[in-house]
Structures are given as C-alpha cells and as structure tokens.
Design a protein around this ligand. Structure first.
Ligand code: 13P
Length: 255
C-alpha cells in the first residue's frame, strides 16, 4: 500500500508577522504539490494569520502543543477546541523539546494526543531517543515505551487517526542526521509493533522522520520504505529549502 507522503514544517518559536507573510505567500503560490500532504505547525499566536494566508490553498496548518485539559483555570494554556476554531488540522505532541525542557511525560503526551483527536485534529506524536540512550542500545525500548504510553491514552481504535514522527534527539538542530538505514530500522520496528496492535492501522499510519532534514539529505530518507515524509525544523523557515524538500518527496513518490 502506498501512503501519501506528508511534509510538516515545525517553525518552533520563530517568525514575525512580516517574515511569516513572505514565507506563507511563497508557500501558497507553490505548485506541483498535489500528490503530497503539506502542513506548517506554527506558534499559536500566528494561527489566525496562517489561516488567512493558507485557507484557499492545499497547505494545512497545525499547532506545536495543546493542553491536556478541556478548559478552565490553566493560565497560558491553549485547548484543542480553540485550535479547532482556527482550522487546525494537525497538532504536534511530545516534541523532544517539550519532553526535555518542559518535563512532558509519556502519559501527558498521550493525554494531549487524546484531546486533539476528540476535536478531529490529527496528533503528530513525536518519539525519539537521546544520544546516551542510543549508545546504551536502548533505542527500541525507548521509542516503544513512548509509543505504548500514547496508544494506551488514545486507545488502539484511534491508531488509524494519528501520525508518528521519529525524531532522534541527537539529530535535532545539530546538523547530524540519522542515516537512512538507521531511520528505516526504527520506522520498521515501530510499524511492526503497530501491526501487533492493529494490522490495518499499521499499514496506513504515516511515520515521519525529523532531525536535520535538509534538501541534500531528504531524498535518501524519503526513499526508505517506512519513511512517509518529514518533520522539518530549521529548513522549514526557508521557503526555497522547504519547497525543495517537498518537491523531493513528490519525486520519490512518483518515480
Ligand atoms: P531540525 O530540522 O532543525 O533539526 O528540527 C527537527 C525538529 O525538531 C522538527 O520538529
């Protein structure tokens, strides 16, 4: 089965109204992306700007975080219902920066994914090991623990509605990319574990790779059987780089 590739930009805490305007108008004018799913996950403050710029095109938009609560006295938090009002299609949860800098646990990440699903927003659940864990031979154990905790929260029946993003922590923002073989090994391991939970969902579920994806390494990564696209950090802030990565995903799909 061929899964349509998905390229997601994660702007992290970057952007300004003026910079966004230039990037978004370039994205909305881009052609040749019809065989691809594309989204940008932006700081929530910019969702209204992003919606206005992208609403008439094929590029979707998403959030980088969400509260695990529905509403109430949670100062500074943003609910899934609020995101829905701004037309959000995807929501990142469990990004390694959230896990390490804001102490998000596997269970919390699962709770956040559940809230997004309740609003019909696709959670992109991020997983990945640190360098220390990889060197200690714990990669599979770590990503499986992260996956199982999330599935326990969202329920196996919802697996067909999530996206996974494998982002080895040591490859994020470092310029160190995991090799295509290393990535494929983890992705196929994850898909194998998913198949034991729900065979159909395992076939259709997209697993993205993230970590220093650039125009010069994207193609080899996207050619891997179980790599269904990318979660792009730094390169998503540069219009040419991001579109080049998108077009490489298209060409891998069509050749
Ligand atoms: P970089 O592409 O900047 O390494 O970031 C990856 C990432 O964290 C995407 O979520």
């Amino acid at each position: 089965m061929s899964r349509q590739k998905l390229i997601v930009g994660n702007w992290k805490m970057n952007g300004s109204l003026a910079d966004n305007e230039a990037l978004l108008s370039g994205l909305s004018a881009a052609g040749g992306l019809s065989s691809l799913d594309v989204a940008v996950c932006v700081p929530s403050l910019y969702l209204s700007q992003v919606r206005d710029c992208l609403v008439s095109g094929a590029i979707a938009w998403g959030s980088q975080n969400v509260s695990e609560h529905d509403s109430g006295a949670y100062t500074g938090e943003i609910s899934a219902r609020m995101l829905k009002e701004f037309g959000v299609s995807y929501g990142l949860v469990g990004h390694s920066e959230r896990r390490s800098l804001y102490a998000e646990t596997n269970v919390l990440v699962g709770q956040k994914a559940k809230k997004l699903l309740e609003m019909g927003i696709t959670p992109i659940i991020c997983l990945g090991e640190t360098l220390g864990q990889r060197e200690a031979g714990q990669t599979f154990e770590v990503v499986l623990g992260q996956l199982e905790a999330a599935v326990e929260c969202v329920g196996v029946g919802k697996l067909g509605k999530v996206v996974l993003a494998y982002e080895p922590v040591w490859a994020i923002g470092t310029g160190l990319t995991a090799s295509p073989d290393q990535v494929q090994e983890v992705h196929s391991y994850l898909r194998g574990k998913l198949a034991l939970m729900d065979a159909n969902a395992a076939i259709s579920l997209k697993i993205l790779y993230g970590g220093s994806v650039k125009p010069d390494n994207a193609e080899a990564l996207f050619q891997q059987e179980d790599v269904d696209g990318g979660l792009i950090g730094g390169a998503s802030l540069n219009l040419i780089d991001f579109l080049t990565i998108c077009h490489l995903a298209v060409s891998v799909t069509t050749h």
